[in-house]
Design a protein around this ligand. Structure first.
Ligand code: SF4
Length: 98
């Protein structure tokens, strides 16, 4: 069975994002974001991205979160302290290094 996670977009709509078959998502329970409204991690501007980044900066699962978002090709939101654009750059650098 393919797993998915529910995310709440800034407009408060809920989106189901498919995850990998074997993706371990237990780290999500340790994320700092669990104490904040999910919409804060789906900002519409740079100020919102910076705010989310500050919360991610002190999170103990930043690496797992970033790798998850890159591996699962999650297009929206701040994950692992990185915006969509930053994650695309990381993924591009990794592909180029292969
Ligand atoms: S790095 Fe940020 S988005 Fe990821 S779990 Fe931690 S607080 Fe949440």
């Amino acid at each position: 069975m393919r797993k998915s996670v529910a995310v709440i977009r800034e407009d408060q709509s809920v989106e189901s994002i498919p995850t990998g078959l074997d993706a371990d998502t237990s780290w999500m329970a340790k994320g700092n974001c669990r104490n904040f409204p999910p919409a804060m991690f789906f900002p519409s501007d740079g100020v919102g991205v910076d705010h989310a980044r500050r919360i991610c900066a002190g999170c103990e699962v930043t690496n797992q979160c970033l790798e998850y978002a890159i591996t699962e090709k999650i297009d929206h939101g701040v994950w692992g302290g990185c915006s969509e654009r930053e994650r695309r750059r990381i993924a591009k650098r990794r592909r180029a290094a292969r």
